[in-house]
Design a protein around this ligand. Structure first.
Ligand code: IPE
Ligand code: IPE
Ligand code: MG
Length: 261
């Protein structure tokens, strides 16, 4: 929200050859940036290490993405951490991830306090292991009044499940006579999604080169600009983040209309 130019310049000192902060129009930073953090397993595999080590390394990239977003003055950063389909993974990997989410949040809570960042979750977090759920609730409670930025982490999130849930909630209202079928419009659905309080993402970044959504924010991404990079998530830096924003700023967004001259 509020951008501290000096801190931003410091954050982005010593640029690599191909990108610098000067190429970015700071008045046109996307308000909501969303990231599908992918490629942790391949990152580890390429080093002959266990997949879990890729997840641990990925935490650092996420930490940097949060700080970078605050420095740039992004209003909302959202990130896909665990999908409803990820339960299909080996039990050990799922357990490791659940443990890592809890451990990381406890460790990183000071960052949220320091940077005035409010935490939010997208997805069914009540079904998570109790320890993880309890830590998430603590994070929500401790950061609920912060307003510099919202960090929305998608955990046990599936977009189809989210839309079904919204439809079901609306159906209950209709059956009870509190909502008429005519009132059931786009807004009525959007208000019942996990993202009801957030603007739609303007920019979606996916790492590791995959060209798919993997059941992520199907509704909310209707007019979002996509940026896919081959960089694997643990290698993703603040410079890659800037490259994504530069690409975004070079796009002509038409929303179905004609481009303005
Ligand atoms: C993303 O990395 C993290 C999660 C889905 C939890 P992956 O674990 O999917 O890494 P790859 O795609 O197998 O390389
Ligand atoms: C998407 O990544 C989910 C997250 C990043 C949490 P996946 O690695 O699970 O996606 P697929 O299986 O390649 O589509
Ligand atoms: Mg993957």
């Amino acid at each position: 929200m509020q951008r501290d130019e000096q801190k931003l310049r410091e954050h982005y000192s010593q640029p690599p050859e191909d990108i610098s902060l000067d190429e970015i129009d700071l008045d046109r930073i996307p308000k909501h940036i969303s990231i599908i953090m992918d490629g942790n397993g391949r990152w580890a595999q390429a080093r002959g290490r266990a997949r879990s080590e890729g997840h641990v390394a990925g935490v650092e990239s996420l930490r940097e993405a949060v700080t970078t977003s605050v420095r740039l003055g992004v209003d909302v950063l959202s990130a896909y951490a665990f999908s409803t389909e990820n339960w299909r993974r080996p039990k050990e990997e799922v357990n490791l991830l659940m443990h890592l989410f809890a451990k990381t949040l406890i460790k990183e809570l000071p960052l949220f306090h320091q940077e005035n960042v409010r935490l939010q979750f997208l997805g069914d977090i009540e079904s998570l292991p109790k320890k993880t759920y309890d830590v998430f609730c603590r994070g929500l409670e401790e950061t609920k009044d912060y307003d510099e930025m919202t960090f929305a982490l998608a955990v046990n999130y599936g977009s189809r499940a989210e839309i079904v849930r919204a439809a079901r909630m609306a159906a209950i209202e209709v059956a009870a006579g509190r909502l008429s079928p005519e009132q059931l419009d786009e807004d009525a659905i959007a208000r019942r999604l996990y993202t009801s309080n957030l603007p739609d993402p303007e920019l979606l970044i996916r790492t590791s080169g995959e060209l798919r959504l993997s059941n992520y924010l199907l509704w909310q991404l209707a007019y979002t600009e996509f940026y896919v990079t081959d960089v694997l998530w643990p290698d993703f830096t603040k410079w890659d983040y800037l490259r994504a924003i530069r690409a975004f700023q070079g796009r002509a967004r038409r929303f179905g209309g004609v481009v303005k001259q």
